[in-house]
Design a protein around this ligand. Sequence first.
Ligand code: FES
Length: 161
Amino acid sequence: MAFEFSAEGKKAFENILTRYPDKESALLPTLHLAQKEFGSFTVDRMDAIAGLLGLPHVRVYRGVSFYTMYQRQEVGKYLLQVCTNVSCSLLGAEKLVTYLGETLGIKVGETTADGLFTLIEVECLGACGNAPVMMVNDDYYEDLTIEKLDALLDQLRRNSE
Ligand code: FES
């Protein structure tokens, strides 16, 4: 098997299975758990999950490739997910993406050489009333400006020292 959940992960997986009527309905929470444990989905990891759930491999690949919260490549410590859907775009999301790319020296989809930041664009994060919005890992940052981004990047760098 390409991976094995940690002891805590195994307990969490068993708990997931008790909460759903069949293994197929447990796919998305299992993917969340796997992402938390392994950070990204290689083909081997997706195959292993298909085996655990007794699902055709294509169902796992489809789930992973459809949702932007599941990563198929290794990502940095901080995954910067900038919403570029309508409300955020109208309020300058593209400018923020450009600024982040220039400041960090990476393009969308890339990770900084120090492994700290990965920049991606995502669809609506459901916080349109406070656009523009970005998630960093599981946390929301709303009503963003260039100044707020600078302060946030500084804070994240300090947190990782
Ligand atoms: S359009 Fe960006 S959060 Fe909805």
